[in-house]
Write a protein that binds this ligand. Structure first.
Ligand code: C2E
Ligand code: CA
Ligand code: CA
Length: 612
């Protein structure tokens, strides 16, 4: 208690309490203890008797009366697991003479377990007895809350760990080829990206300082793999791929990235330094290793190996080097016998030109620069116009009208040919419907359809087939897209086309792999004999006999025959004599734009005679 004079401003200050009578202080203390639910005990260490107040008795579960006992209430109520530890703490606290803390569990008479906290201190009373005075309070709710929080934290932690390992697994799978366990294309691209940036601690990768280390990138392709799948089945094909992956793995060094980037295509990125500088030597070793027979289902299988090789440099980053290696690989594959081809400047120039054309094509699409030209088709008997084939043309801003050989392949490679085809189909339909309504004699419109477009479910919606006779629209398809057995997607596509009343024609017949069996399955309306077979027919009997045989076979299968690339009146005459049904070629009409077609048709109407 303070004995300093007070300034008297503070209600309830120490000075105010000083002036209270001792009974008041005791009452207030009692009230405070009751409110705080703290129980008090007072143990005479000489006699062993312990007084416990009503709150303490309540906490211990023995009713709500103060109690005096021989000290056995605690002993009786202590949780057996905590008993020894609790007495040790009490004994030590008494021995020290200092205030001490204790924490233990009790089991109440009704069986309920409670968590008790206690603070006690020893002192000597006026009789000279040593006594232990202490306060106990029930901390069960706090302990439970703490335990629940702990459990929740442990649960959250274990969920996080599970999530983290699932995420790592997903990441691993996303970067791995499932069959071989090698990196996949995505992982390869990440690896290549990193080549041109160097990791810095704790921050994002930064651009690589020049000069950049030179890395060699190899792309490896195995030919004849399809044969294993076709003849021995996919399981055998998989086993062969695993064997190849193992051989390549043996040639890889620790930090290098080996990836499977296609069914039978692999890529290897070499370390900078000696490994990359001697990459041609390694490429030769790869070819030699993979050319060794591959054991497969009891057979020994040999495949052709092609390798494309390119390097990164200050100006060629990792992803570009991969594209360059692919270009070199295409050249290697095109060479008889495969082997290794290095990417050179010449390729680079060609690549740049292709990229430029691709950009121009995309701009052309945006500017609606692709238009249909039409080549008219003629009934072989009467030489009357009977149809028209729509042919794509590119109205190039600098080079004028360009034919498909200047853009078709690149448009297909960058996957935009379907956009060109779609816009052509719209324009061609509009022109054709106008001609039909004018009674100009153009009764059919033929459209060239690629496989990619054929299986597009929206293809047919571009053609207003509903109110027109069946066969008014014709899809020309290259014979090479049909195999003997139509696969599922193709069969569905063909079905949709037939149901829409669109006729099917086989284009370029005689150059691809169509078989008679394929023809009977597909039952096309017409065959177009390729102009490569028509051109030599006036030169010899053998060629003529081949054409005659095709016409005869077609008719036997109830398929009409169109001759393409008819360039001379002699060819017209011969084909008429052979019973060919339709003629198309420069001898009769060249491909023209819509306006020229209309002028041509008007002129014919005036002359009322075939324009031969
Ligand atoms: P194709 O379907 O065989 O088209 C016939 C090609 O032969 C056309 O070339 C045409 O100009 C040419 N031709 C016609 N008569 C004669 C002739 O008497 N002599 C000679 N030497 N040639 C003749 P074009 O227009 O350059 O088309 C080439 C190929 O491009 C087409 O061959 C076709 O496969 C493809 N193509 C054309 N337009 C499209 C299209 O809109 N979409 C798609 N996917 N492919 C198309
Ligand atoms: Ca065609
Ligand atoms: Ca053709």
């Amino acid at each position: 208690m303070t004995s300093e004079p007070s300034n008297g401003q503070c209600e309830g200050s120490g000075e105010a309490q000083d002036r209270l009578p001792p009974d008041d202080i005791a009452r207030r203390l009692r009230l405070a203890l009751d409110v705080s639910k703290i129980g008090v005990f007072d143990a005479d260490l000489e006699t062993g008797r312990v007084k416990r107040d009503a709150v303490l008795m309540q906490i211990f579960g023995y009713g709500d009366e103060a109690h005096e006992d021989e000290g056995d209430v605690l002993e009786r109520t202590l949780h057996p697991e905590d008993r020894d530890r609790t007495w040790v703490t009490i004994d030590a606290g008494i021995a020290s003479g200092e205030p001490f803390y204790n924490a233990f569990r009790i089991i109440r008479p009704d069986g309920e377990v409670r968590y008790i906290r206690s603070r006690s201190v020893t002192f000597s009373d006026s009789k000279g007895h040593r006594r232990l005075l202490g306060a106990n309070w029930d901390a069960t709710d706090d302990v439970m809350l703490q335990q629940n929080l702990e459990q929740a934290r442990a649960l959250a932690e274990s969920r996080y760990t599970a999530l983290e390992s699932a995420w790592r697994e997903i990441e691993r799978r996303a970067l791995q080829d499932q069959l071989t366990g090698l990196s996949n294309r995505h992982a390869l691209l990440l690896h290549l990206d990193k080549l041109f940036s160097e990791p810095a601690p704790h921050i994002h990768p930064r651009p690589c300082p020049r000069p950049c280390p030179r890395h060699a990138v190899l792309q490896i392709d195995l030919s004849r793999f399809k044969e294993i799948n076709d003849t021995l089945g996919h399981q055998a094909g998989d086993a062969a791929i695993l064997c190849v992956a193992g051989r390549l793995e043996a040639l890889r060094e620790e930090k290098e990235c080996l990836a499977r980037i296609g069914g039978n295509e692999f890529a290897l990125v070499l370390d900078a330094g000696d490994r990359s500088e001697n990459a041609t030597h390694l490429a030769t070793k790869i070819v030699q290793s993979l050319e060794q027979p591959i054991p497969c289902e009891g057979h020994l299988f040999r495949c052709g190996v092609s390798v494309g090789l390119a390097w990164t440099s200050d100006d060629v980053d990792g992803p570009q080097a991969l594209i360059n290696a692919a270009t070199a690989l295409s050249a290697a594959k095109a060479r008889k016998g495969g082997g290794t081809v290095l990417f050179t400047e010449e390729f680079d120039g060609r690549n740049r030109a292709i990229r430029q054309t691709a950009d121009d094509i995309l701009r052309g699409i945006d500017e609606d620069a692709f238009i249909p030209f039409y080549q008219l088709q003629f009934d072989a008997k009467t030489l009357d116009v009977c149809g028209a084939e729509a042919l794509a043309r590119w109205r190039h801003p600098l080079q004028g009208i360009l034919t498909p050989d200047r853009f078709l392949k690149i448009a297909e490679d960058i996957d935009v040919m379907w956009r060109i085809d779609r816009s052509l189909a719209e324009k061609a339909c509009a022109d054709f419907l106008r001609w039909r309504n004018n009674g100009s004699g153009v009764d059919r419109l033929s459209i060239n359809v690629s496989v990619r477009r054929l299986i597009d479910p929206h293809l047919i919606s571009a053609f207003p087939t509903k109110d027109l006779p069946k066969g008014t629209f014709v899809f020309e398809m290259l014979e090479s897209i049909f195999l003997d057995v139509l696969d599922d997607d193709m069969a569905k596509a063909i079905d949709r086309i037939r149901k829409a009343g669109i006729a099917i024609e086989i284009d370029d017949f005689g150059t691809g792999h169509a078989s008679v069996l394929g023809l009977t399955t597909l039952q096309p309306k017409r065959l177009k004999i390729d102009r490569a077979l028509i051109a030599p027919m006036t030169r010899g009997d053998r060629h003529r006999r081949l054409i005659a045989a095709i016409i005869e076979m077609g008719h036997a299968l109830e398929i009409e025959i169109i001759a393409e690339g008819v360039e001379t009146t002699a060819q017209v005459q011969l084909l008429q004599d052979m019973g060919c049904d339709v003629l198309q070629g420069f001898a009769l009409a060249r491909p023209m734009d819509a306006e020229a077609v209309e002028a041509f048709l008007r002129a014919r109407k005036r002359a009322r005679r075939p324009s031969l």
